[in-house]
Each structure stands twice: as C-alpha cells, then as structure tokens.
Write a protein that binds this ligand. Sequence first.
Ligand SMILES: [Zn+2]
Length: 68
Amino acid sequence: MRRLSGGAAAKHYRCPGCEQMIPPGLPHVVAWPRYGDVDDRRHWHAPCWAARDRRSPRTRRSRDAPRY
Ligand SMILES: [Zn+2]
C-alpha cells in the first residue's frame, strides 16, 4: 500500500474506516494496492488509517464458523 497526505483535494471522499465523508481541504491518507489500479485508491482520515488493523471488518476470524 502506498500512502500520502493530500491537502489539496477538491472533492469529498468516503473514508472506508468510519464511513464518514472527508471534506475538501482536510489532510488525509491516500492508499492503494501496490500492483492495483490507481482508480482503486482509498481515502482515509489519518486516525482511521492508523487504526485500520483494528477497524477493518476483513480481519475478523471465521475459524469457528461451521463449514457445512
Ligand atoms: Zn474515517
């Protein structure tokens, strides 16, 4: 993942960490997969990015779930 701070954005972006909008002009983190498309980038609040490991729903374990 790549990251940078964007303070010159002119659009609203939805932060995937908290599902809230990031207003224009607010410094935030832009991240996208290293081998992915730039169009797949995500815009995060800096605190949400820092806490993404705790907040991401993809990290939940399903080991205890029955598979049949
Ligand atoms: Zn957020």
